[in-house]
Design a protein around this ligand. Structure first.
Ligand code: SF4
Ligand code: SF4
Length: 275
């Protein structure tokens, strides 16, 4: 079962929830797909002994064969090629490695060379994996797709998605069995939760909400969810103890059996909702 944990914006407790859930379950795999800023291992502290480069293919032009006809520029849907004064310029950072320019070139001037865009690191048992995008690299999808190929080995795959509703998030969650939307009781939290809800509804994925930093003085999220008939799966209280431990890289489930039980119950609730 693949469970994606996401949020409309960063900093709502997405990693706390996903890492705590993975930590509390036997036979689970934690996959950090927040590839621009993977931070699950601050808490789970896996020994990252395995590394694998994520490569894409980028076009290169043989000037001796190029006539400057411009067919490659016309074929590129991503504006990653410009032909100026019959000279071809390729912008690797926005190339999507689709191969259309190579097919379109009438003289066979285009070939492809591999380029590293990121890395996948995991422990030896693959119970922990994360993807890391190279610095200044905008192409997240190849890293997500390579991570996805390595999922499925374990009973429960807990996926820590990037925040927001970008194509990176869509690519991360689209084949998941359930989505946990993490939010906090602030006006921004509610606003961003609505964005995340729109996304999972469009993808027709079952979902429920976890309220992080829940407090009696603000129940706006709970009220909204009740009105919309949306499941609130769990509430993690606003707590100085949780915040203090978090700042030291310690999850609530790593020092409290109470919270561990709560996360085990969270999985049971998700299973009930998906059965
Ligand atoms: S399509 Fe081929 S020949 Fe034409 S400009 Fe591009 S690389 Fe050169
Ligand atoms: S491989 Fe695709 S995206 Fe990249 S330059 Fe060629 S046509 Fe454009």
């Amino acid at each position: 079962m693949k469970i994606a944990v996401l949020s409309g914006k960063g900093g709502t407790g997405k990693t706390t929830v996903s890492a705590s859930l993975a930590y509390s379950l036997h036979n689970s795999q934690y996959v950090d797909c927040d590839v621009e800023e993977p931070n699950g291992n601050i808490f789970l502290k896996a020994s990252l002994t395995e590394k694998e480069a994520v490569m894409v293919l980028n076009p290169v032009v043989n000037d001796d064969l190029c006539t400057g006809c411009g067919a490659c520029q016309q074929a590129c849907q991503f504006n990653a090629i410009a032909v100026i004064n019959k000279k071809v310029m390729i912008f690797d950072n926005i190339c999507h490695s689709c191969g259309a320019c190579k097919i379109a070139c009438p003289t066979g001037a285009i070939s492809e060379v591999p380029r590293e865009v990121g890395i996948i690191e995991s422990n030896s048992s693959h119970t922990f994996m994360h993807g890391k995008l190279n610095l200044n690299e905008p192409l997240t999808i190849p890293v997500i797709l390579q991570l996805r190929k390595k999922m499925n080995k374990y009973n429960h795959v807990i996926i820590d998605s990037a925040p927001g509703a970008s194509c990176t998030v869509v690519s991360t969650i689209e084949d998941c069995d359930y989505c946990v939307l993490v939010t906090e009781p602030t006006p921004f939290g509610l606003h961003d939760l609505k964005i995340a809800i729109d996304l999972v509804k469009q993808l027709k994925l079952p979902f429920g909400v976890v309220v992080n930093k829940a407090m009696d003085s603000d129940t706006s999220i709970q009220v909204f969810c009740k009105e919309q008939n949306i499941d609130v799966l769990m509430e993690l209280p606003y707590s100085k103890e949780i915040a203090k431990n978090y700042s030291k890289g310690i999850l609530p489930v790593q020092y409290s059996n109470h919270y561990k039980d709560e996360f085990i119950k969270l999985l049971a609730t998700i299973k009930e909702r998906t059965s």
